[in-house]
Design a protein. Structure first.
Length: 67
């Protein structure tokens, strides 16, 4: 049995991913979320960094960290 996909159902390599699919569209972002998105350990110092960042940049701060 073949596991290959028919040509019509394969994603095309020449099409860009729509912008709406590339963003997380955050609603509520917890400091823990921001720390983890930055690849940091959850420590009191990192949580304080995240709180300050969220206070100044809002929930979209996580967008700057995600690929």
């Amino acid at each position: 049995m073949s596991t290959s996909q028919p040509e019509a159902s394969r994603p095309s390599d020449d099409r860009a991913t729509p912008d709406s699919l590339l963003h997380s569209a955050p609603g509520v972002v917890a400091p823990e979320d921001l720390v983890l998105a930055a690849g940091r350990d959850i420590t009191p110092a990192n949580l304080e960094w995240a709180r300050r960042k969220l206070d100044t940049e809002g929930p979209l701060a996580v967008e700057k960290l995600l690929p």
